[in-house]
Design a protein around this ligand. Structure first.
Ligand code: MLT
Length: 201
């Protein structure tokens, strides 16, 4: 997968950066610096093109996911993280996802499908990636969710449902509510950074 890897300080976590629809692997580099300037960064570009916009999996309509493609692309990303850990020599068990929108959705999908895929996650405006599936154990994983109470793409009930599903699988979830629609704001990033400092660093 097209990506950027930047090595951080020895022993620091690896931030897996996952952009939103139409983004690139450059988008969240500044966000990563605000979260942890010492961390390594593995920033990936989604392999799917929707009218020229990069995404991590196909959708049939706004908010309606192509489930078969989601499952396939989640596996592809999971394998890519494994391969990258070997190639760059980072600790596979110390990977924390930082995702926005479509990128947050594939990060949540990693947690829905694979035990130990992530150590934790900072999810900005995520949705429930799949309904009606049994999640693997997420014991002790810490998840920050940045959400918009007035997000037209990801309604508040969907955020609450995602939080409930992750908690039922054993994760600790914190939701920070904002009122800026689907936008990723500096307040939200600062909230994620504070949460990371306390629970994930
Ligand atoms: C998605 O398709 O993943 C969500 O609707 C968010 C988006 O990327 O617009």
């Amino acid at each position: 997968m097209k990506h950027i890897f930047r090595e951080g300080k020895p022993g620091a976590p690896v931030l897996l950066l996952l952009h939103g629809t139409g983004g690139t692997e450059e988008d969240l580099l500044e966000v990563a610096k605000l979260i942890d300037d010492d961390a390594s960064v593995l920033s990936v570009r989604g392999n799917v093109s929707e009218n020229g916009m990069s995404r991590f999996f196909r959708r049939l309509a706004e908010g309606v996911f192509d489930e078969e493609d989601l499952i396939h692309r989640t596996r592809e990303l999971y394998d890519f993280i494994d391969e990258s850990a070997e190639q760059y020599g980072f600790d596979r068990s110390n990977v924390i996802a930082v995702g926005y929108s479509n990128g947050a959705n594939i990060a949540a999908s990693l947690m829905f499908h694979y035990e130990g895929a992530l150590k934790g996650a900072l999810l900005h405006h995520p949705m429930v990636p799949r309904k009606g599936v049994e999640l693997p154990s997420l014991n002790e994983q810490h998840v920050f969710i940045g959400a918009g109470a007035n997000d037209p793409i990801c309604p508040a009930q969907e955020t609450e449902e995602l939080s409930r599903l992750l908690e039922q699988a054993g994760a600790h979830v914190h939701i920070q509510w904002e009122h800026n629609g689907h936008q990723l704001t500096i307040d939200e990033v600062q909230g994620a950074a504070a949460y990371y400092e306390q629970h994930l660093k």
